[in-house]
Design a protein around this ligand. Structure first.
Ligand SMILES: [Fe+2]
Length: 340
């Protein structure tokens, strides 16, 4: 798979031990689960989860820690973490995020990761994890000119990148993962040398960041609080709601039913704030993206993938665009690290 294997550490990010970002995070009224944000489907792979690739791998392997004995019903509670956007399309959605979005050291690191000079910061978002939660090993959802997560299923975008067939349309994205709190567990697990290489654990101290191509490098998050903790009672449309002005106490609630499920101290939560920026070779490339001068569309992408499956002898004739085809595409192109 094409992409960058370079990682760049930024330390410190703000020089305040993480205090200003924590204050910003604690001002939010609520955090919703990642899976509640997008529920897109299309004919190919109808009924599959957005990240069916990593869910399936987690079920098969038990994750990085090989816990194949985890009850299937626990997986959702363990991996449905909370996310809220602080900036989108380069525009701040909350006060105080600008200096993170346009952080000079993140921009410099992004240039280094992809070797491309024109950096356009796009989004910043918080990832909040409860004790007992972890992040299944995955690569992030990539973007291509004309196709992103707002228009096609996430697993299909992942397949596209892993297939290497659409690299001419891929938007090289640099991701900065910023850590602003410390605690037990919750280390980033990273395969910098690809799925055949070994896993490296990175603790990510408060007020530090790592910039890398997370669309290409497999990564996950080890259990917050340690692997022996029970999963949190995350079910339904789970939301974390701030209970006091200082953001000291948080309530886990099922927004669909109003059922209150648990309370947490801020200090028991794991916060990271991610930053993503497009990395262009030059202004002309950026303009091609902005003006949609050379966009892909889903139909021709699936046709191209099916052609490749045929060439590999995996399918004959014209397979139906259905769930089975989706599973076959993931199985053929997305190769996870063996110890994940
Ligand atoms: Fe990720």
């Amino acid at each position: 798979m094409p992409g960058s294997s370079k990682t760049v550490i930024v330390d410190p990010v703000f020089g305040d031990g993480g205090a200003s970002m924590v204050a910003l995070a604690r001002r939010a009224e609520r955090y919703r689960t990642y899976s509640s944000h997008e529920k897109l489907e299309s004919d190919v792979g109808r009924g599959l989860a957005q990240r069916h690739d990593s869910v399936l791998n987690f079920r098969r392997t038990g994750g990085r820690l090989g816990r194949t004995d985890l009850p299937v019903g626990e997986l959702g509670a363990r991996t449905s973490y909370f996310r809220e956007e602080y900036a989108y399309h380069g525009r701040p959605l909350t006060d105080g995020i600008e200096r993170f979005l346009h952080h000079e050291a993140l921009l410099t690191a992004a240039r280094e990761v992809h070797g491309r000079p024109v950096i356009e910061p796009s989004i910043a978002y918080a990832n909040v994890m409860l004790p007992g939660q972890e992040l299944a090993v995955h690569t992030d959802v990539p973007e291509f000119r004309g196709l992103n997560r707002k228009g096609v299923p996430q697993w299909l975008l992942v397949v596209m990148h892993h297939s290497g067939l659409f690299d001419a349309w891929r938007m090289p994205i640099a991701t900065g993962i910023g850590w602003f709190t410390e605690g037990t567990g919750g280390e980033l697990s990273l395969w910098p040398d690809g799925p055949d290489g070994s896993c490296r654990l990175h603790a990510g101290g408060a007020d530090t960041a790592m910039v890398l191509d997370t669309d290409t490098l497999f990564h996950g998050v080890d259990p917050v609080g340690g692997p022996e903790l029970a999963p949190p009672p995350v079910r339904g449309e789970a939301e974390l709601r701030r209970l006091d002005d200082a953001g000291e106490r948080w309530l886990l609630v099922d927004a669909a039913t109003g059922e209150e499920r648990a309370e947490y101290d801020w200090s028991s939560l794991r916060l990271s704030v991610s930053w993503k920026a497009y990395c262009f070779a030059d202004d002309a490339e950026r303009d091609t993206w902005r003006t949609h001068a050379d966009d892909l569309d889903e139909g021709s992408v699936v046709d191209r993938l099916v052609d490749d499956l045929r060439a590999r002898g995996v399918v004959d004739g014209e397979p139906a665009r259905n769930r089975e085809l989706g599973l076959l595409l993931m199985d053929t192109y997305v190769r996870f690290p063996s110890a994940a």
